[in-house]
Design a protein around this ligand. Structure first.
Ligand code: SF4
Length: 365
């Protein structure tokens, strides 16, 4: 259910390996290593995930060559903790906006997790988040979130105030390991407050901001670019371009990328990357579908692509090949699930040729 590099998942198009990028950050040098692996060992692309990680597909199962290359690049610092290093962080933190710079905290939290043997027992679905106060990753419903000094459990406000984010998040995770029983996520606990030991004063969370796509002035000068590869599929040529135009990239939980201190907009557009925040391709996401997944009833990405034209900017939709709905966004969206001959659009069956009209007019109508 939660593949890694040491234990891959068998998909219809070969083995799938997920590479954890705590906080989404990856240096240009490491991005090039990943692109080389995708070309030499996989399907020639890097696939962005809804947790700010990257996946390689079309691999040999449990490839020793992949493990060696990624270990040599420093991308697998603790084999025992590989699948529990799931950390989101506000992608624009330290660049523009926000209240507290959390850009360095993800690496600190990652090191603290790897230093605790008991945390290797966390379920692979457990998710940490560090939100700099703008409310972006706080809206992702992580198991434990540091929200500019406030502790959230399962995305809900506990009102507990904390100063040391790393210490607090690691302590909650350790407490979860001790009490979880068969629970995979904090929200499955009968009483999540057993993980807390501080005073509780509820605070209100802001609505999440828009996904950072476009050009942003960086605090202190320069520009930062937010972009998205269509359906989260980054070709290795695009990955190498990103590695060439800046020292690092940040993969967001919204299948997009932030390029700090970069101004090379034209080259990115030419490479087919979406930098227009009004682009309709940002409104539709889809699981891998056919032919990559044997469970899929349709080539959902091809079908989703056909619905883009004319979609109202307020409407967001996620296409799935089956009821598992892999990669569905955390926020409000129209649920589009493949069925024989068509799709269920918010649970109303619609023939394939009418799905686009259904989305334009309103879900399921
Ligand atoms: S939602 Fe279903 S069809 Fe799509 S990738 Fe997941 S398991 Fe496969």
């Amino acid at each position: 259910m939660c593949p890694g590099v040491f234990a891959t998942h068998d998909a219809a198009d070969g083995a799938l390996a997920r590479v954890r990028l705590p906080g989404g950050g990856v240096s240009s040098a490491r991005l090039k290593v990943l692109a080389d692996c995708a070309d030499d060992l996989g399907d020639g692309a890097l696939h962005l995930t809804s947790r700010g990680n990257l996946q390689l597909r079309g691999l040999e199962r449990d490839s020793a060559e992949l493990v060696k290359r990624l270990s040599d690049a420093g991308l697998l610092p603790s084999p025992a903790h590989e699948r529990v290093r799931n950390i989101l962080a506000s992608p624009l933190s330290g660049l523009t906006g926000g209240f507290t710079d959390v850009s360095g905290l993800a690496a600190e939290l990652d090191a603290a997790i790897c230093a605790r043997p008991e945390l290797a027992e966390l379920p692979g679905r457990f998710l940490f988040a560090l939100d700099d106060g703008r409310g972006d990753v706080a809206a992702e419903g992580a198991d434990v979130t540091w929200f500019d000094g406030v502790l959230l459990l399962a995305g809900a406000d506990t009102g507990v105030r904390i100063t040391d984010a790393v210490d607090a998040l690691v302590r909650v995770a350790s407490a979860f390991v001790a009490v979880r029983g068969t629970a995979w996520r904090v929200r499955e606990l009968p009483d999540p407050s057993v993980l807390l030991d501080g005073p509780r004063e509820p605070v209100a969370l802001p609505p999440p901001p828009a996904v950072p796509i476009g050009v942003f002035d960086t605090d202190g000068g320069g520009t930062t670019i937010g972009l998205a590869p269509p359906f989260g599929r980054l070709s290795t040529a695009q990955a190498r371009l990103l590695a060439d135009v800046g020292p690092r990239v940040i993969v967001t939980p919204w299948r997009s990328i932030v390029l700090p201190d970069t101004a090379n907009l034209d080259a990115l557009v030419e490479a087919g990357l979406v930098v227009d925040p009004g682009s309709s391709s940002l409104q539709v996401s889809a699981c891998i579908g056919r032919p990559g997944c044997a469970k899929s009833r349709a080539d959902v990405r091809a079908d989703a692509q056909r619905t883009l034209r004319g979609l109202p900017s307020s409407r967001r939709a996620h296409f799935s090949g089956c009821e598992r709905r892999c990669g569905k966004p955390a926020g409000e969206h129209v649920d589009v699930v493949a069925e024989s001959g068509g799709y269920r659009v918010d649970d109303v069956w619609v023939p394939l040729e009418n799905v686009r009209d259904s989305l334009i007019q309103g879900s399921g109508s």
